[in-house]
Design a protein around this ligand. Structure first.
Ligand SMILES: *Cc1c(COP(=O)(O)O)cnc(C)c1O
Length: 404
């Protein structure tokens, strides 16, 4: 038999594109090409002694799919490789991942600081749920490192933020906040959904925990919910492992399989969608009917330099404000033929959201004003359609804004 090149036999040495196709594969005795779906709740033991050894952790192997499952393991292993993390734990949704990362670690008397520009449900966890369990919280404008420093208390144990954040694509300096976290003894958890694991690697900038809603770009085709937490072995052993095993936010093996297949095409999709998003942002900027365009890799983004420093690309999300407030935004949305109105993102289909009346309706006008979400703001998740078709569709939306 020919000997294989040693370097290439180590998946950690592969490029992301290769890791996402071959990483973490566990082949069964049938040597299937595509990853198998182990749609089973449990596992059987050859004899009573084996069952005993498995439960005493003296023999490796699976016991029950709330704890672990081979298809879910493949997804976790592939994510670990891509992120360069020691450990990964998959969850049923992105929110289950956020909740697990925060509540498996913090306890009564601790303090969490979070950037207030974030996904609505994440804000609920920090602002409403944490205080119910005696966990103090501070919501700050995360774009300025001075605000993080000013919010630190003796009991601060965690920093949490999204970057780019939903829906206005403002950024947090991951390296600066991570440095402060080390200084004051707070773990830094980053919700990295908008950037995707390909365009931004928070662990390389010093963060401790990275969280994804796999529902978004990892699936990428609008099918299944899922989430994942990436972190150190120590965090899993000391905190996350028991939370996931005992409270049961486990990912379904079927959904893990969908995510595995999604990961295979993630680089191709993210590249194509980011290219189109950059074109969309440039096309919209300065057009009649547009007040403002926000895209991290445009020179007029307020944090363009930081974006270039910590991201490899601008991503596939574009935010923009149209003239005419809510009426203008509604006319825009209602005139689109290709782009669909939805609160989701990261899909193959382009999706437009009006945050003020949907995702950010519940936080109320004062909190929206604080975040800079005016009634004319729209958030666009750019899909895989032809760029020229999309630009023509958006022009039709702008024409409707102008018609008034
Ligand atoms: C969608 C999303 C979540 C929640 O994920 P689910 O899979 O819907 O639970 C959390 N954070 C961000 C930034 C998201 O976009």
């Amino acid at each position: 038999m020919a000997t294989k090149t040693p370097k290439l036999s180590d998946p950690a040495s592969w490029s992301p594109e290769t890791q996402l196709v071959h990483g973490g594969v566990l082949r069964s005795q049938f040597s299937e090409t595509s990853e198998a779906i182990f749609l089973t709740q449990g596992f059987v033991y050859a004899n009573a002694e084996e069952a005993e050894a498995r439960f005493k952790n003296e023999s490796p192997g699976y016991q029950y799919s709330r704890f672990a499952n081979p298809t879910v393991t493949m997804f976790e292993e592939r994510m670990k490789l891509l992120e360069g993390a020691e450990e990964a734990r998959a969850t049923a949704t992105g929110m289950a991942a956020v909740t697990a990362a925060i509540l498996s670690y913090l306890k009564t008397g601790d303090h969490i600081v979070a950037a207030r520009a974030m996904f609505g449900s994440c804000r609920y966890i920090v602002e409403t749920l944490c205080p119910r369990f005696g966990i103090e919280m501070s919501l700050i404008d995360g774009t300025d490192i001075a605000n993080w420093r000013a919010a630190v208390r003796p009991n601060t144990r965690m920093f949490f933020f999204e970057t780019p954040a939903n829906p206005l694509l403002d950024l947090v300096d991951i390296a600066a906040v991570s440095k402060l976290g080390k200084e004051v003894g707070a773990l830094v958890a980053v919700d990295n959904v908008f950037a995707t694991p390909l365009l931004q690697k928070p662990l390389e900038h010093g963060a401790d925990i990275v969280i994804y809603s796999a529902t978004k770009h990892i699936d990428g085709q609008g099918r299944c919910l899922g989430g994942v937490v990436l972190c150190s072995t120590k965090f899993v052993t000391d905190h996350l492992q028991d939370w996931v095993r005992q409270t049961g936010p486990s990912l379904s093996p079927f959904n893990a399989w969908v995510m595995l297949k999604g990961l295979e095409t993630l680089p191709v999709r993210v590249r194509a969608q980011s290219e189109t998003a950059a074109k969309v942002a440039d096309h919209l900027a300065g057009k009649k009917g547009i007040k403002q365009v926000l895209y991290p890799f445009r020179a007029d983004h307020p944090q363009a330099a930081l974006a270039r420093r910590q991201m490899k690309g601008g991503g596939q999300m574009v935010s923009f404000e149209v003239e005419g407030g809510k009426e203008g935004a509604f006319r825009f949305q209602n005139s689109l033929s290709i782009v669909k109105i939805s609160n989701n993102l990261g899909d193959a289909k382009s999706l437009v959201t009006h945050p003020a009346t949907t995702t950010h309706y519940r936080i109320g006008p004062a909190a929206r004003a604080e975040l800079g979400i005016s009634d004319g703001f729209l958030r666009l998740s750019v899909g895989l359609e032809d760029a020229a078709d999309l630009l023509a569709d958006l022009d039709a939306g702008l024409a409707a804004v102008e018609r008034g």
